[in-house]
Design a protein around this ligand. Structure first.
Ligand SMILES: [Zn+2]
Length: 464
């Protein structure tokens, strides 16, 4: 038996994908898209060679694009088997893959319109919406904490990972020639104590552990402090009739901020004022969150017992259409606008920034990671002017960066997760982290537990 690292290796954080192979079975754990320069570098095509036609099954840790975004490519190569995931992950995967197919079609169309020379072949989207729909029909729901058979000789057990709605760590029981090997894939782990979701579960038995290391070198600012900072900014903005713009990733952060505002209103810290969720995808993601109260943590359950969210959010508007979005310009302020894209690289947030960045009374709150070269990163780095839709805009608005709303466990929480499995001295394999964080985490695991983690490269094969 062996496992090949087909993504999120070699210091790469995207493209998560592991190929588990025994004499009698072939299973993929995640099938994520490479994003950023790596994706452009051609890693996304072809994904898995001819193997995918002979695959028995896929298991998914969670629905983020860098964990599910290559699934429709399996449809290309004739994979018709089951893809196992928790019910919430199935719903989220639908939302995310349909959006990805749409964006790829738009990107290809724009590229071909702007860049095509007569001798150049037009670029094709990585996959079509219908390929995404085909693969979505193969998703099969699995419960948490119940081992199920996924392929001959391979069972899988899903455990809460606390990272996004439906997220799981997966333990595989792999049998070959009368021998069993237990392999735990942490998936992406969430920070302990984050709102809405339950904290990650831990494991006490494994032969091999694949652990993510995104923030293996540092901790985030504590959540409670970040909430205080956030509340202060909103208070100031409201006092001066200012607008607050938040570039928001549609899944996770938008729901967290919605809950925060609801609780600020309920506690009467600030009187309710207009709030806009200006993102069809975030609106849909919020509906999926609302359909899965069984995944909420105790605090969230208690909060809802006290009164429904809608009661706190009477001043919140869901801006589904482009017209709804334009209407927001007529709101004099104060108001709070959440819109995508999360890094200000496209989408409705650009219109709001264009209309408001010049205004010293406006606030922009950055709550997520901003990649180098993105407009969001320029704002974080203190740019005095930026270009939006070809127009130069002076930046007079107040820009705030809040680091404590991350959906990823920091170093301390990663070690807390590992602490439970460490006594059985498993082989440790660190993936899903740039080399700095990955090496830092490896060093701590060696110091605390005397184990020597492996830091595999892309394509590396681990014999079990
Ligand atoms: Zn993730």
């Amino acid at each position: 038996m062996k496992i090949k690292v087909l993504g999120a290796g070699g210091g790469e954080v995207t493209g998560s994908c592991y190929f588990v192979e025994t004499q009698q079975a072939k299973v993929l754990v995640d099938c994520g898209l490479f994003q950023g320069t790596e994706g452009a570098g051609g890693l996304n095509r072809p994904p898995l060679g001819a193997d995918s036609a002979k695959l028995d099954a896929v298991v998914l840790t969670h629905a983020h694009l860098d964990h599910v975004g290559r699934l429709p490519l399996l449809a290309h190569t004739g994979f018709t088997g089951p893809i196992y995931a928790t019910p919430a992950t199935i719903e989220m995967t639908g939302l995310i893959l349909r959006d990805a197919a749409k964006i790829q079609a738009q990107d290809a169309e724009r590229h071909n319109r702007n860049h095509q020379r007569p001798d150049e072949k037009p670029i094709e989207p990585l996959y079509s919406l219908s390929e995404a729909e085909t693969i979505l029909r193969q998703l099969k729901p699995v419960p948490y904490d119940e081992p199920i058979s996924v392929a001959p000789g391979i069972r899988a057990c899903f455990a809460e990972a606390g990272h996004m709605l439906g997220s799981a760590s997966i333990k595989l029981f792999i049998e070959e020639a009368g021998r069993e090997c237990k392999v735990v894939f942490s998936g992406d782990l969430g920070p302990k104590g984050a709102p809405i979701l339950r904290d990650f579960e831990t494991f006490s038995q494994a032969d091999v552990v694949f652990l993510e290391s995104t923030y293996g070198d540092r901790d985030h600012r504590p959540y409670a402090e970040t909430v205080e900072q956030f509340t202060e900014i909103v208070k100031q903005a409201v006092a001066r009739q200012g607008k607050v713009l938040v570039p928001t990733f549609a899944v996770g952060r938008a729901q967290l901020l919605t809950l925060l505002l609801a609780s600020i209103f309920r506690k009467k810290i600030i009187a309710p004022f207009p709030v806009f969720l200006d993102s069809p995808m975030a609106i849909e993601a919020s509906r999926i969150y609302a359909r899965h109260p069984e995944l909420y943590d105790d605090d969230m359950v208690a909060y809802l017992k006290e009164g429904p969210l809608e009661q706190d959010l009477a001043t919140m508007k869901m801006s589904a259409t482009a017209d709804d979005s334009k209407q927001i310009n007529n709101c004099p302020g104060p108001c709070f606008i959440m819109a995508g894209a999360g890094m200000c690289t496209a989408g409705r947030i650009l219109h709001h920034l264009r209309h408001n960045l010049w205004n010293p009374q406006a606030h922009v709150i950055i709550v997520g990671y901003q990649a180098r070269g993105s407009l969001g990163r320029m704002l974080v780095d203190g740019a005095k002017k930026v270009t939006i839709f070809g127009e130069t805009i002076l930046v007079k608005a107040q820009i705030h960066t809040l680091g404590g709303f991350s959906a990823h466990a920091g170093q301390t929480d990663l070690l807390k997760w590992f602490e439970f499995i460490a006594p059985v001295k498993p082989r440790v394999i660190l993936t899903h982290g740039e080399n700095g964080p990955r090496t830092a985490l490896a060093k701590l695991i060696t110091e605390h537990y005397g184990l020597k983690p492996l830091l595999p490269g892309l394509g590396e094969i681990i014999e079990l």
